[in-house]
Design a protein around this ligand. Sequence first.
Ligand code: HEC
Length: 123
Amino acid sequence: MRALLALLLAASAQAGPGDVGRGRALVADRTQSLCLLCHSLTAAGDANQGNLAPPLAGVAARLTVQGLRERIADMRRFNPATVMPPFRSTEGLRDVAPTWAGRPALTEQQLDDLVAYLAALPP
Ligand code: HEC
């Protein structure tokens, strides 16, 4: 029984279903995700948020969870000329700082967290 519990705890510590709270914090963190540099969270927009990309409000009504993941991971699959950073890819990038070489901007867990948050965002 104890071994099973340890196994379950170990499994839940690995990348798994996203966490809405962590996703919310990550979107708001301008040093890590940069989402709000380009996107706003509400359809009406916000003077402190970006307006060069579609608002993220209600995005889950337009895209499936898989569709959200794929776009955050690498928007170039859908628009080769996109300005959105490929958060889960290291291919085809220029001027990458040495500390980031070969490392995607976000982890798989962070991607799960973002998707969980965006999927729960009201329109
Ligand atoms: C440098 C600007 C920029 C940043 C930073 C950025 N995006 Fe984007 N994003 C865009 C643009 C522009 C589009 C519109 C599609 C395209 O590239 O033509 C887009 C599209 C999207 C879409 C699809 C929206 C739709 O309605 O189809 C999602 C979801 C998304 N971004 C999520 C994110 C998340 C989450 C982050 C942060 C982790 C982020 N973006 C950071 C510019 C950006």
